[in-house]
Design a protein around this ligand. Structure first.
Ligand code: UDP
Length: 329
């Protein structure tokens, strides 16, 4: 039995991770400021004897220190997330991502915790060498475009984590999440699948940004959780970055059509130019496919759920909880 601290544990991925650790008998503490996380995501865990919860910013060093002192492993998920939020609030993105990770690593070092740092496929920037391998060079856009601040901030997180490993021998495992989907992900921060499903449920136009030829691979949160738990456990994981994601590629236009079909919706498909959807000069990534051979070699991990299963789960979740309207505000 281990003691796990999850920063951002009231978020979409964090709450699923908390459930997984609790289910196998670990102690779980969550720190979350409920900025994008939601109490409802973890409300059902609050009576569990092995679960604790602190509403605090991860930069609150007193709270973080106390929780880290009791943890064997810290899974650091708390971050400014979602391209929409990043474009709208660049100062917040940079400071939370960089200073938050610094605070977590400092606290982890004090108590020799193992640390998993969540990074993102955004760090591959404009890379065109599909699939993306962890050791690939990266090309980011200029600093005048806010979007790239997210990738740059996450790269600093990775650099910092790997530096703690090299300089202090702290066991740090940075992992890059590719598009991750599932119940509890909200459409409010721009994520495409909850938005498309909500639009389809409400029979509103499904908004495809650009011409819809950009492609993505979507991985179910339960598969991502299995990979993260595996990385948390494996003694040989630290000191390297790992891609975690699906390799089943689909264009966004095909995704819109798939959602429409699976939900039996009569929504139309509406093309929205990028500068209207985000900000003038917005640059999207054309394709984003992970090479997962590193995590596969270490853990034998690969995703189990297909895109259709993922879409049906999201659809059921949105309908059951009657969330469609709130996702589009
Ligand atoms: N997208 C879209 N319509 C929407 C929301 C997103 O066409 O209502 C597109 C977005 O431009 C991107 C893809 O869907 O090409 C995935 O967007 P998301 O924000 O989910 O993740 P990203 O891959 O950009 O991090």
């Amino acid at each position: 039995m281990a003691s796990i601290l999850i920063t951002g544990g009231a978020g979409f991925i964090g709450s699923h991770l908390a459930e997984a650790f609790l289910a196998r008998g670990d102690q779980v503490a969550v720190i979350d400021d409920l900025s994008t996380g939601r109490f409802e995501n973890i409300a059902h865990l609050t009576n569990h004897p092995a679960f604790r919860f602190a509403i605090a910013d991860i930069r609150d060093r007193i709270v973080l220190d106390r929780l880290a002192s009791e943890a064997d492993v810290i899974v650091h998920l708390a971050a400014a997330v979602g391209v929409k939020l990043v474009v709208e609030k660049p100062v917040h993105t940079i400071t939370v991502n960089v200073m938050g990770t610094e605070a977590v690593l400092e606290a982890a070092l004090r108590y020799r915790c193992r640390v998993l740092i969540t990074s993102t496929s955004e760090v591959y920037g404009k890379g065109i060498g599909v699939p993306f391998r962890e050791e690939d060079d990266v090309v980011l856009g200029p600093t005048s475009k806010s979007r790239w601040s997210y990738a740059a901030s996450k790269m600093v997180d990775e650099f910092l984590g790997l530096a703690y490993w090299r300089e202090y021998g702290l066991p740090v495992v940075p992992f890059r999440l590719f598009n991750t989907v599932g119940p509890r992900q909200t459409g409010r921060y721009g994520m495409v699948i909850p938005r498309f499903v909500a639009q389809a449920v409400l029979q509103r136009p499904i908004t495809v940004y650009g011409d819809g030829s950009q492609q993505r691979c979507f991985c179910d949160v339960s598969d991502v959780v299995r990979a993260v738990v595996g990385l948390a456990d494996h003694l040989d994981a630290p000191g390297q970055v790992y891609n975690v994601g699906s390799q089943e590629e689909i264009s966004i236009l095909d995704l819109a059509e798939r959602v429409k079909h699976l939900t039996g919706s009569s929504s139309t498909i509406q093309f929205v130019p990028y500068d209207q959807a985000y900000a003038p000069g917005f640059e999207d990534m054309r394709r984003r496919v992970p090479d997962i051979s590193r995590v596969q070699a270490l853990l034998g991990w690969q995703p189990r759920l297909s895109l259709d299963e993922i879409l049906l789960n999201v659809y059921q979740y949105i309908v059951e909880k009657d969330l469609a309207a709130t996702f589009l505000t």
